[in-house]
Design a protein around this ligand. Sequence first.
Ligand code: IPE
Ligand code: IPE
Ligand code: MG
Length: 261
Amino acid sequence: MTKHTSSTLTVPEISAIPRHVAIIMDGNGRWASKRFMPRVAGHAEGLRAVRKVVQECVTQGVEYLTIFAFSSENWRRPPEEVGFLMKLFLKSLSGEVSTLAENKITLRMIGDLSRFDPAIQELVKFSEEKTAGGQRLTLTVAANYGGRWDILQAMQKCVALHPNLKPEQVSEALLQPHLSMAYAPEPDLFIRTGGEQRVSNFLLWQLAYTELYFTDTLWPDFDEVELRKAFDWFGQRERRFGRTSAQLAAGVTAEPMSDAV
Ligand code: IPE
Ligand code: IPE
Ligand code: MG
């Protein structure tokens, strides 16, 4: 597994195209309601947008794409909608896995999968195995995922591994390998469709220095043109990671920070 350090400890390499894009795909229900269709029709349509965005990420040379499919809070929705989402998830996983493997796309799932139906858990395992080693893109699907859950599960693993841990030994470097996205660099670009400007318990730890892009476009209407717009916006950001503009202009490279506070 590649080791990725934290943006608060080391300044990551900056590139015009984000290495890692994380997306909250929001607005499916409103897209459907606007057309007098049931909310779930918006979810089905949303899958088409996922295909377009995956394809464009491959074309643009993005290395990691992470999409929020179901949050730990989405269980609060009406049971029929949750049931539909589970079925859609199962159907799209089984339908897409061969295409992903053929296109050398590695599929990873993050989130507490233990709450899902055993059939889904089995299929996830199979899909991850079948697509393992794909070099063109790592597509991570966050399902029953919550940023707080992620930090807590990492903490629990740490404590289990080091039962005699002293408070002063707790550090970012110790925790980081246990976070569910330890295999990826932190997201460079976060996109949220659907007009809301909030993080909704997505990758809380990992978004520390991510550029945040919000668009009113509803997820089923999001496509390669919309993605390129987000990339253009990203290209205009000055990513300072704590330094000043003058330091950046002078080409000052930051020393890695010590993990001690
Ligand atoms: C996002 O779309 C998809 C999921 C949460 C699964 P929504 O279903 O939240 O759509 P809106 O926000 O109600 O329009
Ligand atoms: C966030 O969307 C979760 C996903 C896209 C899966 P929501 O629509 O559930 O977010 P909130 O609850 O309105 O913030
Ligand atoms: Mg929503």
